[in-house]
Design a protein around this ligand. Structure first.
Ligand SMILES: O=C(O)C[C@H]1C=CC(=O)O1
Length: 91
């Protein structure tokens, strides 16, 4: 099952820099692990925003939820999920 996910990152300004850097490093490692195993198919930066559009390929809604909940940045993100179906004109 394919999902388009938009993540908007909103890190509180008063979070200590060391903690922010640690969360970002763990986020990168987590994201790259999921990209390597094929479940996080692509990630694109939204120009001019601390946000991304990503495509996930997972077995179920529950799997996607678990995976998103595991993001180190999850407490600091607004996340929108759009389920995708094959377009009839797609070749
Ligand atoms: O930078 C972001 O858009 C947030 C997050 C998603 C993957 C990652 O490495 O960081």
């Amino acid at each position: 099952m394919l999902f388009l996910v938009r993540m908007d990152v909103r890190i509180p300004h008063d979070l200590p820099l060391e903690q922010v850097n640690d969360i970002k490093a763990r986020e990168k490692a987590y994201s790259q692990e999921l990209q390597r195993d094929g479940r996080w198919q692509s990630i694109w930066r939204v120009v001019g925003e601390y946000a991304n559009y990503s495509v996930f390929d997972v077995a179920s809604n529950d799997e996607l939820h678990e995976l998103l909940q595991g993001l180190p940045l999850f407490p600091y993100m607004d996340i929108q999920v759009t389920p995708l179906a094959r377009h009839p004109s797609a070749i």
